[in-house]
Design a protein around this ligand. Structure first.
Ligand code: NAD
Length: 366
């Protein structure tokens, strides 16, 4: 046993941050044997158990990881609510490099932590995780979705996520250009990972001019091998590149004071969670620049719809059909935002919160 040599306590704002965003519970996980360091955020369980993927990322520090898990789990609450699913919002982050530090023991230890929550949190995959990792986690807990098909799961949710994003993008085009036809439109996809590549597939098929950027050469090569027609651009120059539609499919926070200033597009519609660095301020900045923002948690809800199917027992076709509704809801949110003088992000949160508040009333009778 090591002595504790830490001097005076440094200031921690965990409970304050939880209060600001209204989180129910945050679980910190540490295991010296496997090197696991993880945080599980449970934002709201009014509609059902908190479901959300686990992200593995090399965060610069614990505060960055905490901020990510708090924001991501809150987004999951709204995503489930606006999609009409009976799920709460949760998310987990594992701190580390998924390319070098991920292994069976670490993932199974994480599975044990998930299991200790008794089903209040259900995990799935996110950035840095794949179905094989989910399989390891499932060896230690039943509270997991997105299992490979050979284990009775619905497999990688990314195709349904990408289809939903595509629907949201088409609805945005209808709103802005009067037609949802993306043929000839220039779309820059940031991040050629699971979702990004499937999205590129839809766009290429429709005849859009697709630009792609990624920080990893192998991901780019995989994408250009599948779709030789796409054009690779420098990830550092994506914001100033002229385009009609910017599709962020990497990490969050890419819509901030600095990038919005540079952006040369009319629509933002992508898969990444928490695209707006500061929700209200950056949402308003986009309006001022004449850019229509399709709320991220609404148009990327296809993956959640897909894993929900795994719990409820429906298949991928049914999930795709449900994801198609994203088109109609996106248009409804744009209308609601303009009628109520709100940003599109605020309108989507209003919609989601309204359902949560209504369902809280029926629960209060139990
Ligand atoms: P992924 O890890 O497979 O892909 C992310 C890609 O982004 C990787 O190729 C990575 O190299 C690239 N990347 C990271 N930083 C970048 C940068 N600065 N510039 C360019 N590329 C960069 O993840 P994914 O499953 O495709 O998810 C993408 C985003 O969509 C994430 O924000 C995730 O939370 C969100 N999302 C995913 C799903 C899903 O079903 N997988 C569902 C909802 C939301």
């Amino acid at each position: 046993m090591q002595t504790i040599d830490k001097p005076n306590a440094v200031e921690l704002n965990v409970l304050k941050d939880m209060g600001v965003m209204n989180h129910e519970q945050v679980v910190f996980c540490n295991d010296a044997t496997t090197g696991l360091k993880a945080i599980i955020g449970i934002h709201n369980t009014v509609l059902g158990p908190a479901l959300g993927g686990t992200r593995m990322w090399h965060y610069a520090n614990d505060a960055e990881a905490l901020e990510d898990v708090l924001r991501l789990s809150r987004g999951m609450t709204f995503k489930a609510a606006i999609s009409g699913l009976n799920l709460g919002g949760g998310k987990a982050v594992i701190i580390g490099d998924s390319r070098t530090q991920k292994n069976e023991a670490l993932l199974r230890r994480f599975g044990k932590f998930v299991d200790s929550l008794g089903g209040k949190y259900i995990t799935a995959e996110d950035v840095g995780m794949g179905t094989a990792d989910i399989e390891y986690i499932s060896m230690e807990t039943d509270h997991v979705t997105g299992l490979p098909e050979y284990l009775g799961g619905t497999g990688d949710p990314s195709p349904v996520t990408a289809y939903g994003v595509y629907m949201g993008m088409k609805a945005s085009a209808k709103h802005v250009y009067g037609s949802d036809d993306l043929k000839g439109k220039t779309v820059a996809v940031q991040g050629c990972g699971h979702v990004g590549q499937y999205l590129v597939g839809h766009l290429v098929k429709e005849g859009a001019k697709v630009l792609v950027a990624d920080i990893f050469e192998d991901n780019l090569q995989e994408c250009t091998h599948k779709y030789p027609i796409v054009q690779v651009i420098d990830p550092k120059k994506i914001y100033e590149t002229p385009m009609d539609i910017y599709a962020p499919c990497a990490l969050g926070g890419t819509l901030n004071n600095e990038t919005i200033e540079k952006l040369k597009c009319t629509i933002v519609a992508g898969a990444a969670n928490n695209q707006l660095k500061v929700e209200k301020v950056n949402g308003e900045q986009l309006i001022q620049k004449g850019i229509v923002y399709a709320p991220d948690f609404l148009i990327n809800s296809g993956g959640l719809i897909n894993v929900y199917g795994e719990i409820m027992g429906y298949n991928k076709e049914a999930a795709l059909k449900k994801a198609e509704f994203i088109y109609a809801v996106t248009l409804e949110i744009f209308k609601y935002a303009s009628e109520n003088n709100m940003t599109n992000g605020e309108a989507a949160i209003h919609y989601a919160q309204r359902r949560i508040d209504q369902m809280a009333k029926i629960n209060s009778h139990l």
